[in-house]
Design a protein around this ligand. Sequence first.
Ligand code: AMP
Ligand code: ZN
Length: 113
Amino acid sequence: MKNDCLFCAIIAGEIPSKKVYEDEQCYAFYDIEPQAPTHFLVVPKEHICCAAKIDESNSSVVAHCFEVIAKICKELGVESYRIVNNCGDQAGQTVKHLHFHVLAGRDMTWPPG
Ligand code: AMP
Ligand code: ZN
């Protein structure tokens, strides 16, 4: 756990969140500012600051997050969805703890803005 990290504090239960799913490796919760009718975040419990820091030592948790996304979406009855990861400031990453946005329930545009 990183002391000044918002998502580490959410995972630890120090800051409330609306939980979607949890297991030993990851935590999923609804985004506080939803950008689609369904918008939740899946985060590894381990503090990894961003996608640029994924390597052979921690990539298994990333694979696990994607397994969990498929499982949650199936349970929610969501068949079409977009998974987004913002890496770094220019890409719009505001919370420096690796997370995957899952957005669904409306038409999506491509390319993204
Ligand atoms: P990003 O901009 O890709 O780093 O995504 C961070 C996301 O975290 C944004 O979509 C925020 O709305 C969301 N967020 C920030 N604070 C909270 C919170 N306390 N609970 C749930 N989601 C949050
Ligand atoms: Zn963290």
